[in-house]
Design a protein around this ligand. Structure first.
Ligand code: FES
Length: 63
């Protein structure tokens, strides 16, 4: 599913970027350009980022 139509960014790309360490909107924008045109996707991107971070284990807390 497309999150950002302006740049053709999908939810899978956002999830992958978060899993690779992009933990804030600025980092996601640097990697994917998401939200840099009209900005309508920013709210959905942040929600997806937060959901993905909640599901991604924090290995430092586990160890
Ligand atoms: S939909 Fe993402 S910048 Fe327009």
């Amino acid at each position: 599913m497309y999150i950002c139509v302006c740049y053709g960014v999908t939810d899978s790309q956002v999830k992958h970027a978060v899993e690779q360490g992009a933990d804030d909107l600025k980092s996601l924008q640097e990697k994917l350009q998401v939200g840099r045109q009209c900005g309508k996707c920013i709210k959905a991107t942040i929600e997806m980022m937060e959901q993905t971070k909640d599901l991604t284990p924090n290995y430092y807390q586990v160890a």
